[in-house]
Design a protein. Structure first.
Length: 169
């Protein structure tokens, strides 16, 4: 991460919503055949492609003070997209006036991004439609069983609490 000239923007998301989103990516990209609870068994066994999401988030959070790392929380983007756009532009040293910020915000909503991806790769339009699913905060409540929620809460205590990573949602 400390390579000369390299800048990293890490987007962290509340872990239950992360796992909900990850499940749909598993279904759409690698054709995962199971339901959410089957997917969650992989989480419990630490067998997700890409590794342990809790450890990854912890590592990026701990790197947040490096001069070439910007950590953004997904929930911040949803709450105040314009402010996050300004922070990203400043981090990348790209001057943006208020009109440019407004244009970026307008074009970064889920419907526009979904439509743009479908237009960009028409042969893969079904995959493109599914790539941007809902993008809402709190959708995990429609998927998690109580024991799954408890497991994630325990992982949060183990990985996030010691480093001060919190999601105020």
């Amino acid at each position: 991460v400390e390579e000369e000239g390299l800048k990293v923007i890490a987007v962290l998301r509340e872990p239950k919503d992360t796992l909900t989103s990850y499940y749909y990516h598993y279904c759409n990209i690698i054709n995962f055949p199971g339901d959410f609870h089957d997917f969650f068994d992989l989480v419990r066994q630490d067998r997700l492609h890409g590794g342990n999401i809790f450890k990854m988030a912890q590592d990026w959070w701990q790197a947040r003070d490096l001069p070439n790392v910007l950590v953004v929380k997904y929930e911040e983007m949803k709450k105040d997209t314009a402010e996050v756009v300004r922070r990203v532009a400043e981090f990348l040293e790209i001057p943006l006036d208020s009109k440019a910020v407004e244009s970026i915000v307008e074009n970064c909503n889920m419907d526009k991004m979904r439509k743009g991806l479908v237009e960009a790769i028409p042969d893969e339009s079904e995959m493109a439609k599914q790539f941007f699913r809902k993008g809402v905060v709190g959708d995990w409540k429609n998927h998690f069983a109580k024991d799954e929620e408890d497991f994630v809460d325990e992982c949060v205590r183990k990985y996030f609490d010691p480093v001060g990573l919190h999601f105020n949602v």
